[in-house]
Design a protein around this ligand. Sequence first.
Ligand code: ADP
Ligand code: MG
Length: 721
Amino acid sequence: MQDEVFFLSLYLVNMDTSIQYLPGVGPKRAQLLQTELGIETVGDLLHTYPFRYIDRSSIVRIADVHPDLAQVQVQATVLKVRLFAKNGAQLPPEQIKYNMVSRLSALVSDGSGEMEMVFFKGVKWMHSRLVPGSTFVFFGKPQLFKNQLNMVHPEVDAPGASHAGVLTGVYNSTEKLKTAGITGKVMLKLMADALGLVLPSLEETLPEYILREKGLVPLTYALRQIHFPTDQDALAKSSYRLKFEELFLLQLSLLKQKYVRSRGAVGLKMAVVGDAFNRCYQALPYELTGAQKRVIREIREDMKSGHQMNRLLQGDVGSGKTMVAVLSCLIAVGNGYQACIMAPTEVLAHQHFANVSRYLAPTGVRVELLTGSTGAAARREIHAGLQNGSVGVLIGTHALIEDTVQFRALGLAVVDEQHRFGVEQRARLWNKGYGGTPPHVLVMTATPIPRTLAMTLYGDLDVSVIDEMPPGRKPVTTLCVGENKRHAMHNFVRDEIAKGRQAFIVYPLIFESEKLDYKNLELGYEEIVKAFPLPQYKVAIVHGQQTPQEKAFNMDAFVAGRANILVSTTVIEVGVDVPNASVMVIESAERFGLSQLHQLRGRVGRGAERSYCILMKGQKVSKESQKRLDLLCATENGFELAEEDMKMRGPGDLEGTQQSGLPISLNIASLAKDGLILSDARNYAQHILDGDPLLSEERNALLAQELHKNKYSHQDFSQIS
Ligand code: ADP
Ligand code: MG
């Protein structure tokens, strides 16, 4: 074994070496480490960081030990030791047969308090060690058992025994790894071996001048300290260096792509604003908000730049994104091009069509609707209109990206609620450009994304934010109630209907439990119909198993005010506008994500003087779900909610990231916690690119080399959205 290590250290081991060549690993364990933790190379191993550290530098007074603490160390004297048989009977210490003992219990005290140390294994050995009157350091997880503090199988050391480092790293593990003997201790040994072999020849990944300018510790120091910290300060510096590097390189790669694209991708040059735009603008029934105006200016600049626009438009529900989309379409039309708006659902496409037709009436621009349920004859006519250019704006579902749909000159594609479209669908849209030039692309999303996440997820896109609500938006009162208030909820809805208002009642529909969810929807609908009987009340229902016609029929009944209540699954979540609705009831609210709940709530508060969102919660609500519901009751600000959601669940689980995924997985930095480092890293990356956009200068050679690594050659988002 020693020879092998020596041999490896001389010739082979670097960050790219397979871990199977590390002492004590071999092919079997290597395979396991790969499947369980994704560790293939020595580099992967060393970039697998402890998720926490056990602090063995301090000794806690038993009086201060609390069962919520993770692991603690106490120094205490043994008062008495008792042995118990399987049936719980205490065994007299004189005539011990150890094979009869199932449990040893030692009562210890440090003067401040007492606790019990419990052992089920190695009883004989412990019995001989834990002599009453002798003092030890016990280290373990405290817990409360029958009102008595105890530790099960603590580590037992003589007082003053030295520990390798005062802070011991704890790594993620799995049952399989533990079963295969890859324990925390073994992980530490692997790390120590790997560091020993790799560090002497490890090259720095960041240029010297960056380390200096940003005050970062060297990589070799950081890697050693992150696994085996000598003190808190060294750990903090090392963790900062590694986080900064991770975020900096990611931002550098995104910003560089953005730069290359903005120079590279030729776009359709739209020099003028055009008549249609001006006529529509002048006929607007309201003044645009400052934010809408700013965003339209940004889009206008993009479209006339000669480079292709790739812009993400974020704006909370009801912030007025549709108008921005319409005016952008008219810029394209005013320059002799066509535009399309793609919506995620049929219902929403219909609604967009109705609104857009209204806005476009004063302009004379022809607008058409194309969805899966458009009849063959109408379809033929639309196709012809698209090809001869008489259709200026096409609105539809993903039906409009089918190959049979050919534009004469598509200049702008607006994608509403982008995360509902797959990557491939967006790519097809991209290919519908004019004369081989891709159309400008405006992606709109009402799912507020925390700033740090947007910088990462869409770091290579331009982002516009509508951060101002149109005037007249009324506050929504949000309440969270249990089953015992169902009757009261019905009464409340009746009162609102008596005032001429309408109500949404939404049921969860989750893929994994679809059958059961439909059952609940059905039962819920029956109950509502009973509670709100004809002829006084009319209840409409919309869900995913209906035909498009049924859906449209029910939806129209509600939109037109013929139905008082709309019972539905979450299909209405994305964008339906019924200003007269003043109540949103959400059933089993604990099963929805925070941003989904927020979206649903955004359906009300658009017209009525006061609106309400009633969250009906089930019997069993986890602590975390309750926190989500409380948060929703506390604020109406979507961005604030998104930030909190990310803190609670991590960025990977946020709606919006689930489908598209993060461009790379972060090893050490957290988008939820390291926002400041991220901003700094992004600014600094921009600063470096400002001076050397292609990283061709000698002093940036290391950076160029890092960006060539696989993990940064992720899918180019600019090509697909
Ligand atoms: P979303 O951003 O959710 O798509 P919409 O575009 O549907 O929002 O707009 C929500 C409502 O606000 C619509 O009824 C729209 O007519 C109205 N609206 C949009 N902009 C303004 C404005 N500047 N002033 C007043 N009302 C506006
Ligand atoms: Mg909308």
